[in-house]
Write a protein of this length. Sequence first.
Length: 397
Amino acid sequence: MKYILAIGMIFIFAACQTKNKESAQTSDTYYTCSMHPQIMEEGPGKCPICGMTLIAVKKDQGQVDNTIMLSDQQVQLGNIRIDTIGKGKIGNTTVLNATLTINETKSSAISSRVAGRIDKLYFKNTGDYIKKGERFYDLYSEALNNAKQEYILALEKAEILDHSIVDFKQLIEGARNKLLLWGMTADQIVLLAKTKQASPTTTFYSPANGTITSFEIHEGEYIAEGGTIVRLSDLSSLWAQAQVYTSQLSDIDYKGTAIVQIPDLGKEIPGRIELVNPEINPDTRINLVRVAIQNKDDQLKPGMLASVVLSNRPKNTLTLPSNAILRNEHDNIIWIQTGHNTYKRVSVKTGKEDGENIEIISGIKPGDMIVVHGAYLINSEYIFRKGTNPEHAMNKM
């Protein structure tokens, strides 16, 4: 009897050892339905939804957290499309936000050559266009009036007195040059010599073409010698002033083409880079690029919003379509196909973006099968089954 009990105990112990081995062997496996992958059972059996035999799936702790399996029907309905990642060129162009501004190289100022009082302005509105030679303002100046009288007096004495004593020709030329230096025209001096009558005010004419951008003085105010009256700008040429981040500067081809797009007018205008600001804003890390464009029909106005499309130096790197990346405040996520209808969630580091494609710096390698369409649907199903924390799904199994 003791012998029989001993044998029984040995069989029971062996059975327990076998059960423990089987349990150890199956502890890394769960059972699911190929049609309903949300079913996860610890042992074999039938699917409670469709009755199909459950299949065994290995639990790879490092993979299950980030992996999801879909049915054939889900893949078809979700229009899931896969592509093999490889190297491609990115950064052919960079699109920058810009604003049209005055071309400062085409700007000028009209200033007074002699001190006096502005008696009258013939143009009084900012935005008025002045042609070169147009009457611009009248000035009352005691110094200029005295110079006029000196010129008239020299002319009169030259007519009366003998030139042998005094060289009146030299005096007349000196008085005339002073009037020219103080802004009177040759025609005004000829008229003065003819009439020998000096008006208390003197009319001055515009020395340049341009649009008035600002008034520095008004009628009735006194102005010092060299004081600015107005500022003019030639709006036939404008700057598109664009903001560019420091990280983008090395990619821009400064000898390449630049296209300025004006969305309000539906226009694209070719231009050239005239200036890259040598100083970077330390707070925003933003630099300024100025592109000169022609304004032949005067439809462009300073202050208009624009986009500047710059040519870049192409970079050969790993790229993906931009819509394959799922972005949140913490991470950039893509989905990789690891098996039949099985997808793994991977975090990647991204780089440059040109609108359609984006550079992948790390996280995947050439040859990986990437979900390029339907990644959002896969991610939604993943969250539905496992929640935002994948460890929650493991705890349920």
